[in-house]
Design a binder for this molecule. Structure first.
Ligand code: PA5
Length: 434
């Protein structure tokens, strides 16, 4: 068990599948991968800016996001964040976990440009009728089709409603320092802009303006998110599998993969973490899945999915490893009521009366873990005291470090995504792109 800043990593229920000595055998490979990352000697070394990012962010940078966010709060009810993949999932993950409903005095955050579904986009556009809104458009390349199409539509709506000059004041662009169509547009139209560092790839960019500005706009205390990431950055600097949670997690999952457990299911018991699981899937899937290699990342939310995918996990093909993520204190003190006077316990629930849903959910986690282990599934667990900005910042850094190490253990470049280009080429050919 490794415990850092409200996050406990427990890999004890993987032992019967990957012994302590097998894990110890992986330690030199993990240490070598960490050294390669630190020294920038592995493939993709030009994208290692995320590695020490938490330590490098200063108060002035955070203040610039908070100041921009305060201006946004003063003139809009809705802020639409336009972006896809790494350019939106991180902010959305933190937001859904911490601020599922808008905070007083802060705009509601909507997301657009993360797909091409007309019905979804139309619903978003309808929400903007009669409400003051602004846009944060995020694209590192500045050329991705999905956000570009949504942004074109939103931009023309802003111009119709506020006129060209005011529309431009309602747009913030987060993009490359100098390259791409979005940078060009932002310069011509004089949008407020923030820069995505050259050496940070999309899925590693939550702790840059890509994640921090939308979160500040929603009222998330971004200083606390960074503080949690900083604590984890320090904890993940050592080389010891017994104390470094990123190394332990990376070694465990890759060790299991090499023994045939080729799919990793992240199972949470907390609906608010569902988008974090989506971000985790993108981070690991896009980083590791290449050259015929990689653990397939999947996710479930329990107990809901115990009544669907639970059957498969318990009893289906035995190539699954499971990583639980669960929360002790949801901050919602809901309990099972006692039966009223004269109630004859007809629903049979008197044994639960007065007990909290958090306690019952935790027992469901413990029971599920035992059950899946007995079904032949190696189980790791991230047990969280509570869902706080610090804990989320810590998890974000831990997962980034673990995938950086994991990619090297798999001998792939974890920082590119050549496979994503294939669908684009086919789609653009069909669309007749010049
Ligand atoms: O992780 C990545 O690099 C990708 O998921 C990108 O974030 C995604 O494709 C969006 O790219 P861009 O920000 O260039 O529009």
């Amino acid at each position: 068990m490794i415990e850092i800043g409200g996050i406990r990593l427990d890999t004890s229920d993987t032992r019967e599948f990957l012994s302590e000595s097998e894990l110890a055998d992986l330690a030199p490979r993990v240490a070598r991968a960490a050294t390669e990352l630190a020294e920038g000697t592995s493939p993709g070394a030009e994208f290692l800016g995320w590695l020490d990012l938490p330590a490098g962010i200063d108060a002035e940078e955070l203040a610039s996001y908070n100041e921009s966010a305060a201006r946004m709060a003063s003139d809009c009810e809705i802020c639409v964040v336009v972006g896809i993949g790494g350019s939106y999932l991180g902010a959305r993950a933190v937001l859904d976990a911490l601020v599922p409903d808008p905070l007083p005095g802060r705009p509601e955050i909507l997301f657009a440009g993360n797909g091409l579904c007309a019905a979804t986009f139309d619903r978003t556009l309808k929400r903007l009728e009669d409400r003051d809104f602004r846009v944060i458009v995020i694209s590192k390349s500045g050329t991705t089709l999905e956000p570009a199409v949504a942004f074109r539509q939103l931009r023309s709506l802003l111009v119709q409603r506020y006129g060209r000059a005011d529309a431009a004041r309602r747009i913030t662009a987060i993009t490359d320092r100098s390259r791409g169509a979005l940078r060009q547009l932002a310069t011509e139209e004089e949008y407020e802009t923030f820069v995505i560092p050259d050496d940070v790839g999309g899925r590693f960019s939550v702790l840059t303006p890509v994640g921090l500005l939308p979160l500040a706009a929603a009222g998330v205390p971004i200083e606390k998110l960074i503080a949690g990431a900083r604590t984890m950055h320090t904890a993940c600097a050592g080389r010891d599998l017994e104390t470094n949670p990123a190394h332990r997690y990376a070694a465990t999952r890759i060790g299991l993969y090499e023994k045939g457990f080729t799919t990793e299911v992240m199972s949470s018991f907390h609906g608010g973490l569902q988008t974090l699981q989506e971000w985790w899937k993108q981070l690991f899937g896009e980083s590791e899945g290449k050259g015929g290699q990689g653990i397939f990342p999947a996710s479930t939310v329990f107990t809901t999915d115990l009544h669907s995918l639970g059957q498969y996990i318990q009893d289906g093909r035995r190539d699954l490893q499971e990583t639980f993520i669960c929360v002790r204190d949801s901050g919602r003190p809901l309990t099972v009521p006692s039966g009223g006077e004269g109630d004859a316990n007809l629903d049979g629930l008197d044994y639960l009366a007065g007990r909290s849903l958090d306690e019952i959910n935790w027992k469901a986690y413990e029971g599920t873990r035992k059950a899946h282990l007995s079904g032949g599934v190696p189980c790791s667990a991230f047990e969280l005291d509570a869902v706080t900005p610090e804990v989320l910042g810590g998890l974000i850094y831990l997962f980034e470090k673990a995938v950086g190490i994991g990619g090297r253990l798999l001998n792939v470049n974890p920082f590119d995504q050549p496979g994503v280009e294939t669908y684009k080429q086919e789609m653009f050919r069909l669309l007749g792109k010049p």
